[in-house]
Design a protein around this ligand. Structure first.
Ligand SMILES: [Zn+2]
Ligand SMILES: [Zn+2]
Ligand SMILES: [Zn+2]
Length: 423
């Protein structure tokens, strides 16, 4: 048997073969690896340089182009970030600059850089509230019909192209239906209505009925075939801050002093709305106060949760909540919120946070929801109407958590609903 030697590193008790010792200078392999790693880290720390990709660049369009270009990772380079976010830059683009960004996206599409182009077009639609007719033409040329939100406000000629494809393009049908839902003009409303009344032969190849795609774009048909919007176009965002102010129309995350009858945990008021504040006139609710509340733990684990509410701020657990068969008290792990959320003083675009992958803070009252998965508007358990989206809470903004809570209302039945989605 070969004699083993002690590792020369102070405090290490490993023994090694003479062959290893010859290779490493007397230390064991884990110590050797640690030594190399520290040497490398030291080298990087000594040779690292800070690079400002925005040095001497002043035009917002040029800054955005740099932001959208994928960066190569170089361990010796620390890229400085721009003091403003993409979102802020898009907010302030002039019509001319919007057109320049769109033209750049078209160029990228022609060069086959679809991901980059898509991100630019989405930012134009969601942040700059732009219409992107040339961008859409370029995407359709490449037979790209996704994401549907890009097709919002598309021209009738674009609509006709998509309408025509629906019948034969089995592979893209899913995306085409979503694009049509987002266009949602009168012609399309009629089309979805006629599909609802007489199912097209290709519908059997879908997972859901053609008309249910309209929920992706925040609307549905009523019994007469009219379009009903399921969200409010007015939107106020919330910002994470560390100080508390009382004088906002809506306060997020407050105690309700109620307890969940299932798990005995607290029922939290996700949104406490002062209906007398002029800012909330857009909700068109007569009363003083609306409190949208839920047991956030149970809503995250067991799906949609209902509360009886009124417009004076009362709330109580709804008997429509059915204890799940697989209910278990053991699963919960509570995290304390880190930040407070403040409602913005000024409204922002309805679709600002609608595309989840753009990764903007999503807490808001009003506006189009930020679906992480498929659109899910709950049905009112009392009258069976689809409930209207009111507000959502982005747990990443709250801190130590992820996922989004969505709140809905059936105004006539006085029921609120809370649901949750995460990746
Ligand atoms: Zn060692
Ligand atoms: Zn609970
Ligand atoms: Zn109802």
């Amino acid at each position: 048997m070969t004699e083993r030697l002690p590792c020369q590193t102070e405090g290490c008790v490993a023994t090694i073969l003479p062959a290893t010792a010859a290779k490493t200078g007397g230390i064991c392999m884990p110590c050797q690896q640690k030594k190399l790693r520290l040497e490398k880290e030291d080298y990087i720390a000594r040779n690292r340089r800070f690079v400002d990709p925005y040095k001497d660049v002043t035009e917002p369009v040029e800054i955005l182009k740099i932001m959208h270009t994928p960066k190569k990772h170089d361990p010796l380079e620390v890229l400085l970030s721009y003091p403003k976010s993409e979102q802020e830059l898009y907010h302030n683009l002039t019509p001319k600059e919007v057109a320049q960004m769109e033209a750049y996206a078209v160029q990228l599409i022609e060069e086959g850089e679809l991901d980059q182009a898509e991100e630019i077009l989405l930012s134009l639609v969601c942040f700059a509230q732009a219409t992107i007719h040339l961008g859409l033409d370029a995407l359709i040329q490449k037979e790209c019909f996704y994401p549907g939100i890009l097709f919002k406000d598309a021209l009738p000629s674009t609509r006709n192209k998509i309408m025509e494809r629906i019948h034969h393009d089995k592979e893209n049908r899913n995306h085409l239906l979503s694009a049509l839902a987002w266009i949602g003009d009168e012609e399309i409303v009629c089309q979805f209505d006629s599909w609802a009344k007489s199912t097209p032969h290709w519908a059997s190849e879908l997972y859901v009925s053609p008309e249910s795609y309209t929920h992706e774009a925040g609307w549905e048909l009523d019994d007469e075939g009219n379009k009903i919007t399921l969200f409010y176009s007015v939107r106020y965002a919330f910002k994470a801050e560390d100080q508390f102010t009382e004088n906002k129309a809506v306060l997020a995350l407050k105690d309700s002093n109620h307890t969940c009858p299932w798990c005995d945990g607290p029922i939290e008021v996700l949104f406490d709305c002062n209906l007398l504040d002029p800012v909330l006139q857009f909700l068109n609710l007569e009363g003083e106060r609306l409190r949208l509340a839920a047991c956030m733990r149970c809503a995250a684990y067991y799906g949609v949760q209902f509360m009886e509410i009124d417009y004076q701020g009362h709330l109580s657990w709804s008997s429509y909540n059915q204890l799940p068969k697989h209910f278990s008290r053991e699963i919960y792990e509570d995290t304390e919120p880190v930040h407070l959320l403040h409602m913005a003083d000024q409204p922002s675009g309805s679709y600002e946070a609608s595309y989840w992958a753009l990764e903007v803070p999503a807490t808001q009252i009003g506006g189009h929801p930020t679906w992480i998965q498929d659109a899910e508007y709950p049905s009112c358990p009392s009258c069976a109407q689809t409930m209207v989206f009111i507000a959502q809470l982005d747990m990443e903004q709250v801190g130590n958590s992820e996922g989004i809570y969505y709140t809905f209302l059936c105004r006539s039945c006085q029921l609120s609903a809370t649901s949750f989605q995460q990746t």
